[in-house]
Design a protein around this ligand. Structure first.
Ligand SMILES: C[S@@+](CC[C@H](N)C(=O)[O-])C[C@H]1O[C@@H](n2cnc3c(N)ncnc32)[C@H](O)[C@@H]1O
Length: 276
């Protein structure tokens, strides 16, 4: 078994353990195979991986975690993270669990607290977990004016996340109707304008979104550019990377239902200093 070296390895971390990614040398297919409850892989761990894969030399360990921070996908526990437009807070709770702490997280909901519990019973356990891990929980946070909120206006964030924004369901409108698309665009534009004022240096604004029709008609990259942001990266979003996260429809009709996310992407934006 050979180890991949270099300073640009992708590092993975979850629940205080390490996530190991191996690559089949023939097919070049990469697979994440194991969580290890240790901070650094020992030779014994590597032997164990090799045994599990038939003692084959065909598997190459391409990355593993050796960091003390909690990591999940592209996020880590030392980043100051703001989550807006949460559903039942299962995404926030997933991050907090992976980090082992939520002391750098602010997780928010659009409407008031009573409304949350009525709409999403499952939020109760997530809120309890988030509270225990030190997360700041806030209600009635509207992306249209969040940067002027009395508490949030004094804060800067390394990462701001809005997963699957949606302006709400209207019984006579379908997703391909221009009137509804305009509402979605108005919501996402407001999110970008506000978030861009709340970033720390080098910070990023993230959004998870489908990019097939009719969702591509939202043209979120142009909305971000109008808000002074530029696209830094667009990567496939895999929900299996976020154990426990369940997307909730929100928006007034069948609010607690989940919904098809298709093959979505994570869009990552940063401030475009050339336009400031
Ligand atoms: C499709 S749901 C996605 C919920 C959650 N992010 C998830 O992934 O499960 C869209 C969410 O956008 C929220 N939302 C709509 N308008 C908003 C606004 N002006 N400010 C903040 N959140 C808003 C709704 O409350 C709803 O929870």
């Amino acid at each position: 078994m050979r180890l991949f070296g270099g300073s640009d390895e992708r590092l993975f971390m979850m629940m205080g353990g390490a996530k190991v990614e191996v690559m089949d040398m023939e097919s070049e297919k990469k697979t994440i195979i194991e969580w290890f409850w240790c901070f650094q892989l020992s030779n014994d761990d590597l032997t164990m991986i090799q045994r599990r894969y038939g003692g084959s030399d065909n598997f190459l360990v391409v990355s593993w975690s050796d960091r003390k921070e909690g990591w999940i996908d592209c996020y880590n526990s030392s980043q100051k993270i703001l989550l807006v437009g949460e559903g039942d807070f299962s995404f926030s709770a997933c991050l907090a669990r992976a980090f082992g702490t939520a002391k750098n997280m602010v997780a928010t909901w659009y409407l008031d607290e009573d409304c949350l519990v009525i709409n999403h019973q499952t939020s109760l356990s997530h809120l309890e977990e988030l509270g225990r891990l030190g997360c700041v929980l806030m209600y009635q946070i509207d992306v249209h004016k969040m940067h002027t909120h009395p508490i949030l206006k004094g804060m800067k964030f390394d990462i701001i996340i809005f997963n699957f924004p949606h302006a709400g369901h209207i019984c006579y409108l379908r997703e391909h109707d221009t009137e509804l698309i305009q509402k979605h665009k108005e919501l996402v534009g407001a999110y970008f304008r506000n978030a861009s004022k709340m970033l720390s240096e080098g910070g990023e604004v993230h959004i998870r979104h489908r990019d097939d029709s009719p969702y591509d008609r939202w043209d979120i990259v142009s909305l971000a550019v109008e808000a002074g942001l530029k696209l830094k990266e667009k990567v496939r979003f895999s929900e299996s990377e976020y154990p426990g996260y369940i997307q909730r429809r929100g928006g007034g009709i069948k609010t607690d239902d989940t919904f098809p996310i298709g093959s979505p992407f994570t869009f990552k934006f940063a401030l475009d200093y050339t336009r400031r």
